[in-house]
Design a protein around this ligand. Structure first.
Ligand code: PMV
Length: 345
């Protein structure tokens, strides 16, 4: 199927368009074991957000001998300056091929890139997948390419509940899907885009600082295998309250190690804290919702289909929502669970 969709314009040009979803981690990756291999200090586990995607067209052109390969990337119509991550991904593919190629990427997202909604995960997962399909690379190679772009992008390469294993001396870091998205059709994600005034510290810089300075991080790493297993087991049995508690505890712990870093790193703002308190009051009688926050103030709420309307009404009555500066939330998005990347043209 993919072979049919990959367009070989001629021997010297390949064009392919793919889509990949961003993902949100229930147990988060924070800290690298190896900066060169982009391997993590702990396992992480995530779900893909179905309503959001990056749509990416790769055009690969064979380069004549003696000619230099020039790569370009444009995101939402704007050409960007290639940083080391992009260069590394492209170099890594070129090193595997027997002749030289140049790569041109044109990517568009149906969600705001600046809103901190794991856009790099969707973007690099799409680029890695497109390169993999264009040049018949193995799944391991695709995962590695995605990871070189952005660690969390490797999790956007597979459907459903996806674990990124840190690996060890014997085993390379890898990703695996435990369940397809169809395993839990009633699970819903509510994404609350929070107004962000502060310029936040990049995940790369934040991870380095935490790994270098936080004593609490060792505690978090010790607890990680049990937490991961808890997520897998509760997802398997669709035990929402256990999944919810583990997810909220991990988010809180991740932000605690950020605060334990020196100087401390703050990603949550007062609106994020109001959301945390709102969810706990919503859960007073029984656990019906869970929050998780990445390296920024936006919330991703997990809930079940039956509680969603009540939760979303509560959000609308508790916060001012809109684009203007004085509003607390920019927007609210509702999604089901997403699958892995696919070839679309
Ligand atoms: O993949 P990066 O470098 O954008 O780091 C992602 C870090 C978190 O979003 C905070 C956690 C995670 O596992 O996605």
């Amino acid at each position: 199927m993919i072979e049919n969709k990959r367009q070989k314009m001629d021997e010297n040009e390949i064009r392919i368009t793919v889509e990949a979803h961003p993902n949100i981690a229930l147990i988060k990756y924070w800290g690298k074991k190896s900066e060169t291999e982009m391997t993590p200090l702990n396992d992480s586990i995530s779900l893909a957000i179905d309503i959001f995607h990056a749509k990416t067209t790769l055009t690969a052109r064979r380069v004549e001998e003696g000619e230099e390969s020039v790569d370009t990337v444009s995101i939402n119509g704007r050409e960007i300056t290639l940083n080391t991550r992009f260069n590394r991904v492209f170099k890594s593919v070129r090193d595997r091929l027997d002749s030289s190629w140049s790569f041109s990427i044109s990517s568009s997202t149906n969600f705001p890139v600046a809103a901190g909604l794991a856009s790099s995960a969707a973007g690099f997962a799409a680029i890695a997948f497109a390169l993999g399909k264009a040049f018949d690379l193995s799944q391991t190679d695709i995962e590695r390419l995605a990871r070189y772009g952005s660690g969390s992008a490797s999790r956007s390469g597979l459907p459903g509940l996806v674990q990124w294993k840190k690996g060890d001396e014997k085993e390379e870091s890898s990703v695996l899907s435990h369940f397809p998205s169809s395993h839990w059709p009633d699970l819903r994600l509510v994404i609350l885009v929070v107004k962000d005034e502060e310029k936040s510290i990049s995940s790369k810089e934040g991870m380095e600082r935490t790994a270098r300075t936080s004593e609490l991080l060792q505690d978090r790493i010790r607890r990680n295998p049990a937490r991961i297993q808890g997520i897998i087991d509760s997802f398997a049995s669709r035990d929402f309250s256990t999944l919810a508690e583990l997810t909220m505890r991990d988010s809180n712990e991740f932000h605690a190690v950020c605060l334990d870093s020196y100087p401390p790193i703050q990603y949550l703002n007062t609106t994020s804290w109001s959301i945390i308190n709102l969810v706990h009051s919503f859960n007073k009688e029984s656990v019906r919702a869970a929050y998780t926050f990445d390296a920024g103030p936006n919330a991703c709420i997990f809930t079940l289909k039956e509680y969603m309307d009540e939760f979303v009404s509560l959000v609308h009555s508790s916060f001012s929502i809109g684009d203007s500066i004085e509003k607390e939330l920019r927007s609210v998005h509702i999604s089901t669970l997403g699958d892995g990347p696919k070839v679309v043209e």
